[in-house]
Structures are given as C-alpha cells and as structure tokens.
Write a protein that binds this ligand. Structure first.
Ligand code: ADP
Ligand code: ZN
Length: 656
C-alpha cells in the first residue's frame, strides 16, 4: 500500500517536548524519533561546536595571514632589480673595462657582484679554469673582492631564515590549532568544552501526568530550593542527591525539569556519557566545571542522565577504567564538598541501579531513591490526556480504552502514540483524530511499520490464518487465558500474523493456571498447523522460544514443577566481561538436566492441551481460518461468534 511508504516529513509534530534521541539502552521508542529528517543528532553534552569555533577562526586567520606574508616577502624580496646574468668572458671583459665595482666569489666558483652603474650581476667561473687566476686578475683590474671562500649569499641566507621562521610559525600555529581542536572535543586544551546546558524550565507538575507518589516524594526538594535559607537557619541539612530509577521513557527527565520549573531555579543537565572521554582527566574536569557553574547560579538543580555511565562500580569490571574512576571520584568529592545550604540538588537518572557504585548511594550523596516505574493503566490514561490536550479528538475516541490496550508502554511511548495517531489522521486527510488512528498508531509502535513488500503467497496466507486461528481459539476457549482482542494475518514487523490478547486487568501476580493457559495459547498456533496441515512450519519459532522461556522460569524460579519442587534459582549475579553481561548458572549440571526435562514435559502437556481443544473444535478452527483469509483482520468478538455459531457455549471468567 503506497501510503505506507510515504515519508513522514510533512507530518506535524505537535509535541515539541518529545525528546529526540539521547537515550542509550532500552527498547527503541518506535516512531518517537521518526519524523526524522528534521532531527539533528547532537553530541552529548550540548552544543560543543560553539566554544570550539572561535579559536578555530582565530588560528585560521593567522594561518592565512602568514601564508600571505610569506608570499609577499618572496615576491617583493625578489622583485628588487634582478641581477644580470653575465657569461664569464663578458664578466672578465667588463672587469678589464673597469666597469665592475665589486665581486664575491664562492667556493663553487659562483660570482655575484655589482657593476659601477649599480647593476647587480651573477656569473660563474667555468670549473675547468682555476679561481686563483681570477683573484689576481681582479686585483689587476681594481675590482673590490669582498668575499671569498664559502660564498655566502646573504640575501639567500636571509631569505632562508625568513622562510624557516615562517614555516616554524606556521607549524606552531598548526599544532596550536590541533590542540585547540582537541580542546573543543575533549576539554584538554585551553578551551574547555561546555558540558552542561543551563536553562530555566517552564515545565511544571501539570505537565507530568500521574506519578502522584513520586511528586509527593520530591515536594520537599522544591520547598528546599525555594528557600534554602530556612533550612540553614534551622540547622537542617537539605536534600542533596536523588536518584531516579526506572526504565527509559518513563519521564525522569521530565520530572527533574518539572522540579526545577516548580521551584523556579536553573536546571543544569548533562548526560553521564558526556563525561567519559578518551582523555584521562577530562571527565573529572568537567564534573568540577559543572559544579562551579551550578554554584554560580545556585539555588539550582543539576540533572545527570544515565548516571550509570560514570557511576559504575569501581574495579568491578575486568578492564579497569581509570578515566571513569577519576570522574566518579570527582563527582563523589563534589557532592561531599558542597555546602548543603548553597541550595544545589543533584538529580540523577538510571535504569541500571544494580551497576552503580555503592559509594554513590551513601548518605550525603544519592541517599534518596525514587522509583519511576512504567505507568499504570490510569496513569497511561492521564498521560494520553496530557498529550492529547492540543489535538482534536473525535467524540468516539476513548482514551481509557487506548490506555487499556497499551500495557507496558512508557510515557515516551504514549507521547509518541498520540503523535503518531495525529500523523495517521493527517495522512488520511483529516484534522480530527479518530479511534482507528490510535489503533493504527499503536500497531505501528508495537509491531514496526507494515512491510507492504512482504506479500504472502496464497498457501502461506492460509497457513498463517490457521496458525493465528489456533492461538485465537485456544485463548477463547480457556477461561484462564486473556481474552482475544484482535487477530490479523497482515504481516507486521517480524511477525507474519498476530493474535492479540488484552488482559482484563493489570496483573502483578499470575497463578499457575494462568501461566499454563498462556502456554497452551502460545503453542496453539503450532498445534493448529499440525491438526490442519499434518505438519508444523517455521512460523512457530517465536512462539516456541517464548513458551520455552516461560516454562523455564516456571520450573527454575517459581517452583511450579513437581520434578524440581519448591526451588527458586535466581538467574545468578550478572558479571561484566567488557560490556557483555554474562549470567552464571548457579546450579549443577545434573540439576540442569532435571530443569530441561521438566520444561519439556510442561511444554508437551501444553501442546497436547491445545491440540485436544482444536481437534474438538475443528469446525470452528476451519471457519475462523477461512474468515481470516477473507478479512485479514478480525476482532476478538468475531472469534467468539464463530465458536458460538459452531455450537459452543463460552465460559468467560469474571472481571476479577
Ligand atoms: P526518561 O528521562 O525517563 O527516559 P523522559 O523524561 O525523557 O524519560 O520522557 C520522554 C517523554 O515522554 C517526555 O518528554 C514526555 O513527553 C513523555 N512523558 C513521559 N512520562 C510522562 C508523564 N508522566 N506525563 C506526560 N508525559 C510524559
Ligand atoms: Zn504464533
């Protein structure tokens, strides 16, 4: 479909606050960065090209001047009346005619001199003739013999000196320029790069939807920043550092900015990775600068995003990293060193708290920790509401339904979703966003862009339809499985088809029954292929992998198998080999065998269960597959209808 391949350049980006890029790990934020051509990648640490530019320009001008000067000296130096070239015989005859005032003979027989009329000349004694005759001849002709021997050409010598001097100067300035360049990138040179951006945000808590608990926890910081003197007078130590823990995109930066906005204090933000450079000492110098700058504008907030880039456990990795350790030490000493009454609060964000050096978490440093989790359903609703403020929604749009359909979405994902929905509407030539736009935007974000080039062959379509129908029917038939929301055989992302299930409510705890039902649903796709086609296919690989992962956790972590009994092996403590995280197995080879066998048994049973269900409801399975081939995408309710038409009464579990 041609509209899928349209670039999104012309699409509006109503949410300019959406932070483009700058995030390291974590899952990609879908289209958040997408209306891409306008996005300019920025080096971490802010606009560094700016401080780097002025020395560049100054040295550039100097170099040009030098080259010009060199040129001028060369040209005008030699534009003094050029010496006349005389043959040796002409020279001798001129000398005997008394027309030569003086001459200099070099050891190689080169002659330079001046005639009586002021004209300079050069000549050469032929190598065949000796020079001793010449000297006698000159004395006879009364020619002033000014120098003999080395035959120093003073003009040439001077010229050489000047050239050398200029070359040396050029070289000097080139190296200066190079070091200025290094300075611009690494802060080593005289010019130190600016690492932080100082701003006075206008963001307030009204821009941060949900997270009431987090807001309450940070309320005291705002109080402190507004009136640090009050704390000082009472002899109280204000908060110094707060660590915000949470997955990417959950609004940690937004919160930090809102705290600064609420307290109306300057906000200095840096990214941890901007500190870690290849030059030892740069990071530490930057940390120092950061705090110097903050002190100048205090009370202020310093925000360090991705603090794990500097704050990793010292000596923990196999490769020691002096630079990072120096930077971390500097950060620690700055945090210890500042007077709490100065009114500087350091906020830091990370999604990998486990790698942080414990020293960072000690009292007086980041001694308070605030968890910023993925938003709950009602928070998702609130975030969607915030990001739909300036958009026109059709009356039929139910943001609560959208929130329900987006478990696991972060705030950034939701901001992105609202934006993508608006783009979908624009693409359809509408100014008003319909419910379907949200559906499509969600599919895009979840599954990546639909790949129109991957058109399925007719028999492939049928196989995919059978596979998806298998998932759908098993899910519809098992009361403990989440109900089916949508079934599709449209290729989306990596998947050839999708069966979506929506939980009725957000779960934090899953019963064994629930997990076993989920396994049967996952294996239902492959079971259907075998029931209908008599053989499996490669299409089930992802299902098998995720089912195996779940079954393994059931056996190893949740104690949900009779073979292993009530054991819960954690996945072991992660170790770092360079950047790779390696998890060590914490049990024996023999135990591993038991685990493997238990996992296989659980999976076999789940597949048998799915197969039995599908065999008993074969008519419904065939009917649904047919319907899918025809319609490509159907609602969950259509699955129930097909089953009802085939004579089955569905037992639905209650809403709790
Ligand atoms: P983090 O720093 O945790 O990675 P950000 O603060 O950069 O996440 O969040 C990215 C964007 O997601 C924000 O700019 C905002 O548009 C949106 N967002 C995240 N959480 C919320 C929220 N609670 N309310 C409103 N918007 C949010
Ligand atoms: Zn499947």
């Amino acid at each position: 479909m041609s509209d899928e391949s349209q670039p999104e350049q012309g699409a509006p980006r109503p949410d300019s606050r959406l932070k483009a890029g700058g995030k390291l790990p974590g899952r990609p934020r879908g289209g958040g960065d997408q209306p891409g051509p306008s996005r300019t990648p920025q080096a971490p640490g802010g606009p560094r090209s700016v401080p780097g530019r002025s020395p560049w320009r100054a040295t550039g001008i100097l170099v040009v001047l030098l080259i010009l000067g060199w040129f001028v000296v060369g040209v005008f130096g030699s534009s003094a009346p050029a010496p006349r070239q005389l043959s040796y015989t002409t020279f001798l005859s001129q000398a005997s005619a008394g027309k030569v005032r003086s001459v200099t003979i070099s050891s190689s027989g080169g002659l330079t001199g001046t005639l009586k009329d002021g004209q300079t000349f050069t000549s050469q004694v032929p190598t065949a003739l000796g020079q001793s005759d010449l000297v006698a001849q000159m004395q006879k002709d009364h020619v002033g013999l000014t120098a003999t021997g080395s035959g120093t050409d003073w003009a040439a010598l001077l010229w050489t000196f000047v050239s050398l001097g200029l070359l040396g100067g050029l070289f000097f300035f080139m190296t200066r320029r190079a070091s200025a360049q290094v300075g611009a990138f690494g802060g080593v040179g005289k010019v130190r790069a600016k690492v932080s951006d100082t701003e006075r945000p206008t963001t307030t808590f009204a821009d941060v939807a949900g997270y009431e608990g987090v807001k309450r926890e940070v309320a005291e910081i705002i109080e402190f920043l507004r009136t640090p003197e009050r704390y000082r007078r009472a002899g109280a130590v204000g908060p110094r550092g707060i660590l915000m823990l949470g997955p990417p995109g959950t609004g940690k930066t937004l919160l930090a900015r809102a705290i600064a906005g609420e307290a109306s204090v300057p906000f200095l933000s840096v990214t941890g990775s901007a500190f870690v450079e290849m030059f030892v000492g740069v990071g530490a110098a930057r940390v120092r600068d950061l705090f110097v700058n903050a002190r100048k504008v205090a009370p202020a907030i310093i925000f360090i995003d991705e603090v794990d880039a500097i704050g990793q456990r010292r000596g923990g990795s196999m490769v020691s990293n002096d630079e990072r350790e120096q930077t971390l030490n500097q950060l620690l000493s700055e945090m210890d060193g500042f007077d709490p009454a100065e009114g500087i609060v350091v906020l830091a964000a990370t999604n990998r708290p486990e790698v942080l050096d414990p020293a960072l978490l000690r009292p007086g440093r980041f001694d308070r920790q605030v968890v910023v989790p993925l938003p709950t359903r009602s928070e998702r609703h609130a975030i969607l509401t915030v990001h739909s403020r300036d958009k026109h929604l059709a009356p039929g749009v139910d943001l609560d339904a959208v929130a329900r359909a987006t478990p696991g979405f972060s705030g950034a994902d939701l901001a992105n979703l609202a934006n993508e929905a608006a783009i979908c509407a624009v693409r359809a030539g509408r100014a008003i966003i319909e419910a379907d736009d949200f559906g499509e935007a969600r599919d895009r974000i979840l599954l990546g862009h639909r790949d129109a080039s991957r058109v399925l062959l007719a028999d492939e379509r049928h196989s995919v339809a059978v596979h998806e129908s298998g998932h759908a029917i098993v899910a519809a038939l098992l009361p403990d499985a989440d109900p089916v929301a949508k079934v599709s055989i449209l290729p989306a992302g990596q998947a050839l088809g999708v069966t979506e299930q929506l939980p009725l409510d957000e779960r934090h705890l899953f019963s064994e029954r629930h997990l076993l039902a989920a396994l049967a649903v996952r294996l239902g796709g492959r079971a259907a292929e075998i029931v209908v086609n008599g053989e499996g296919s490669t299409g089930a690989a992802d299902d098998l992998a995720s089912a195996t992962q779940l079954a393994t956790r059931m056996v190893r972590e949740f104690g949900l198998s009779p073979e292993m009994g009530p054991v819960g092996y954690t996945t072991g403590s992660p170790m770092y080999l360079g950047k790779e995280e390696v998890t060590m197995r914490t049990y024996s080879e023999a135990t591993q065998r038991v685990v493997d066998e238990a996992v296989q048994r659980i999976l076999r049973e789940a597949e048998d269960r799915a197969t039995r269900l599908l065999q008993t409801h074969r008519a419904a399975l065939d009917k649904l597959a047919e319907l899918l081939v025809e319609k490509e995408t159907i609602d969950g309710s259509a699955v129930d209808e097909v089953l009802a038409a085939a004579g089955h009464r569905l037992v639905r579990r209650g809403a709790a």
